[in-house]
Design a protein around this ligand. Structure first.
Ligand SMILES: [Cu+2]
Length: 384
């Protein structure tokens, strides 16, 4: 009887596998991991750097990190409503940042003629972007509006501690709760409601981003935008008009009726598009609230010069499509070289053209026909 591996002797497979393991261990133990191994110039912002492992865990060993919290300057945290960001902090000192965020349940448009009872942070989907500096001490107050029907809370992925703050902030309608945390690690992090049933609270729109800038700040760019993807589960199918109810079974089945950016079909289309100039350096803070679907984020006709993989410290360069897991983030940076309307999509492409995951970035400015020409010929083609 043939074994399942066909004609290859099992012993050879084992020997080959052992050799690969030995090689991998050798590379891990003895491979050169010091210093950049390659840099190259390749046009604007296309510097190629090989990333080195870089642990920034609890990198709080500056003198400023030992300033007693009571002595820190108190700053009110700004909120950035998508697609607008909180501007860059431009701050070179540690602060005590006070943030207030209000939970509101409200009916809003999910698509043209389609209404939905969203549960929101700050009255919008996504909730507002928060922006702090690595090492900041944040006192966070969550407020649940008295008109709410449900308890809510918040789990910020930038928090190191029980539930990301979820237990501390669990509140009924008409309550508020406060807790504090230090932003131990830089990066871009999702926050979301984590009240049972968690999936339902997230599916109703309760998520947003908190950016923890590195201490030295981020390189300046011309324009920054804030985009969060989410999947929605309605009783009616895509486009079915009227007030749509949440469909729990559909959510369990991961059968999204809608996949949208910034909480609404068409949130960044037409008059609501993102407008830039040719030559602008652009930074997109990207989140994916889920609850279920990973995003294959792509800008049609553009290549990302740089992506912060999963919102962390690892950089990738010259990227066509970046994966944003549910409950995660990424940052995409690029320069638009020629004018045009650039469609931003989830490249799981039926989501873009049939479920709403499409937005537009419109770049105006001079053409550059060395980079791109419009159609130069259209004529009949008649092969014999
Ligand atoms: Cu909630």
């Amino acid at each position: 009887m043939r074994n399942k591996l066909g004609n290859i002797p099992l012993s050879l497979i084992i020997v080959t596998a052992a050799a690969f393991v030995a090689m991998a261990v050798g590379v891990a133990l003895f491979g050169d991991r010091s210093g950049p191994t390659a840099t190259a110039e390749a046009g604007h912002a296309h510097e190629i750097t090989v990333n080195q492992p870089q642990l920034q865990h609890v990198a709080l060993n500056d003198p400023e990190d030992s300033i007693p919290i009571a002595d820190l300057p108190v700053i009110k945290g700004e909120l950035g409503f998508a697609p607008n960001v909180v501007p860059a902090l431009n701050r070179d000192y540690r602060a005590h940042v006070e943030v207030e965020l209000e939970v509101i349940e409200e009916v809003m448009e999910l698509a043209d003629g389609v209404e939905y009872m969203f549960w929101t942070f700050g009255g919008t989907v996504p909730g507002p972007m928060l922006r702090v500096r690595h090492g900041d001490y944040i006192t966070f107050t969550l407020q649940n509006h008295p008109s709410s029907m449900m308890p809510h809370n918040i789990d910020l992925h930038a928090v190191s501690g029980q539930g990301g703050g979820a237990e501390a902030t669990l509140i009924s309608p008409g309550q508020q709760a406060t807790f504090s945390f230090t932003a131990l690690q830089p990066g871009v992090y999702i926050y979301h409601c984590a009240t049972a049933p968690v999936g339902m609270h997230i599916a109703n729109g309760m998520y947003g981003l908190i950016v923890v800038e590195p201490k030295e700040g981020l390189p300046p760019v011309d324009k920054e935008f804030y985009i969060v993807q989410g999947d929605f589960y309605t009783k009616g199918d895509f486009g079915e008009r009227g007030l749509q109810e949440f469909d729990m079974q559909r959510a369990i089945n991961e059968d999204a009726a809608y996949v949208v950016f910034n909480g609404q079909v068409g949130s960044m289309v037409g008059d609501n598009a993102l407008f830039v100039d040719v030559g602008d350096t652009i930074r997109l803070f990207l989140g994916n609230g889920g609850p279920n679907l990973s995003s294959s984020f792509h800008v049609i006709g553009e290549i990302f010069d740089e992506v912060w993989v999963e919102g962390g410290t690892l950089k990738n360069y010259n990227v066509q499509t970046t994966m944003i897991p549910a409950g995660a983030a990424a940052v995409a940076e690029f320069t638009v070289d020629v004018p045009g309307t650039y469609n931003m999509v989830d490249h799981a492409i039926f989501r873009a053209f049939n479920k709403g995951a499409i937005g537009q970035l419109v770049a105006t400015g001079p053409k550059n026909e060395d980079i791109f020409t419009e159609r130069t010929d259209l004529s009949p083609y008649n092969p014999e």
